[in-house]
Ligand binder design. Structure first.
Ligand code: HSE
Length: 403
């Protein structure tokens, strides 16, 4: 029998207990032994919960119990979660987590502690919720040089953008409704400003190159400036708008990573990823493109990924599971040196100025829209674009990168 402790009895923690109990027979078979939830650590009591009697408040009880060999960290944050994870690993207890913030910030350090103590730090649930993406990168794609990863890695923003597109509604209005329905947090900043997607692409980029990508240095832009008008122009051009987290290998020591809204062609597979779904598009030098799609958030999908890691640990006691992620920081390429085309929405009456600033582009006027017009610039360096765009001051209403 393997004794497990769950840290944090919130949405994902209670999901972990539910998955292990609901799929008990199959989970035990795959783990090759019985998995038992011995402790649940939380600040609160759960007197009416069927597992309420397992709830404890002192982490030391778990730490000192040598029969607990696997810990599920579903607390979130980088404070107590970091301390508890470190201490558990130092005691040789494997830790399985959904905590993307902690993995992005301390992943390589925690992996090296795990290695030194012949146990594992696994984090399949930290990116893409229930979608298998960490394991494919660590196992299935090891013969590949990964050239690029492009993902829709945040369910909240994808839900908001999908609704804006479908209903022709503005950002603030859809956000408010998403909050009322529980699809967006009351403080939505981490999602809508792209920070959550940034942590996730930092994790994927680090695995892509085997070295550390510092999430704090990744260029990150959210979706709060996208409007219903932008979607009207995108639709007319056969495109849609998605918050993409992108990472491109520049060399063995350099990666170009960013999070920003992009206009993408309706034919691109990522344009079909709607609502709270996530997808990760991986380009390898031998395989070419592959895409991983599914539920990127939510109690049971995320818990399912945590439990898959628990099973992996149970099957490999005392063995370090393959994961290439060194502590050495990798260089981040300057996003402003990339070349691409841009969509501009500008105030009516300034067509001549826009065409003079960006000659050779494509004008897009929509019937019934007297107040503005759209313009697609030719491919140009972002630096060059930004200088010219900013000089246009209040003649322009917004800009979106094209993929
Ligand atoms: N807030 C996240 C999202 C949860 O919307 O995708 C899953 O990491």
């Amino acid at each position: 029998m393997i004794n497990i402790a769950v840290l944090g009895y919130g949405t994902v923690g209670s999901g972990v207990v539910e998955v292990i109990e609901k799929n008990k027979e199959m989970v035990n078979k795959k783990a090759a032994q019985e998995l038992d939830i011995k402790y649940i650590l939380d600040l609160r009591d759960f007197p009416n919960d069927p597992y309420g009697h397992k709830v404890i408040h002192d982490f030391n009880q778990i730490l000192k119990d040598d029969t607990v060999t696997i810990v599920c960290e579903t607390m979130g944050g980088t404070g107590a979660a970091y301390e508890f994870t470190k201490q558990a690993l130092e005691r040789g207890k494997s830790v399985c987590t959904s905590n993307k913030e902690l993995v992005a910030k301390h992943g390589p350090e925690l992996l090296s502690i795990a290695k030194a103590h012949s146990c594992n730090y696994l984090f399949e649930a930290s990116v893409g919720g229930g979608i298998p993406i960490i394991r494919p990168l660590n196992y299935s794609l090891t013969a590949e040089k990964i050239e690029a990863i492009t993902g829709i890695l945040n369910g909240t923003t994808n839900y908001i953008l999908s609704k804006m597109e479908r209903e022709g509604a503005d950002f603030e209005e859809v956000l408010k409704r998403a909050q009322e329905k529980g699809y967006a947090e009351r403080n939505p900043e981490a999602d809508v400003e792209g920070y959550d997607a940034c942590r996730k692409i930092a994790i994927l980029s680090s695995l892509m190159l085997g070295k550390n990508v510092d999430s704090e240095k990744i260029y990150t832009e959210g979706i709060s400036k996208i409007s219903a008008a932008d979607f009207a122009y995108a639709k007319a051009a056969g495109k849609t708008i998605k918050l993409l987290a992108r990472s491109k290998t520049v060399s063995e020591d350099e990666v170009l990573a960013m999070v920003a809204p992009f206009m993408i062609d309706k034919e691109h597979p990522l344009s079909m990823v709607n609502g709270v779904f996530n997808a990760v598009f991986v380009t390898g030098n031998m395989l070419g493109d592959s895409m991983y799609y599914g539920k990127g958030a939510g109690k049971l999908p995320t818990a399912s990924a945590v439990v898959s890691d628990v099973i992996d640990c149970a099957r490999h006691p005392g063995r370090v599971i393959m994961c290439f992620w060194e502590q050495e920081n990798i260089r981040l390429a300057d996003v402003s040196l990339e070349e691409r085309s841009f969509f501009i929405r500008a105030r009516a009456g300034f067509q001549k100025e826009i065409e003079e600033a960006f000659p050779g582009g494509r004008l897009l006027c929509l019937e019934g829209r007297e107040q503005d017009f759209g313009y697609f610039t030719p491919v140009m360096q972002e630096n060059d674009f930004t200088g010219k765009y900013e000089a246009l001051a209040d003649r322009v209403l917004g800009r979106i990168r094209l993929l």
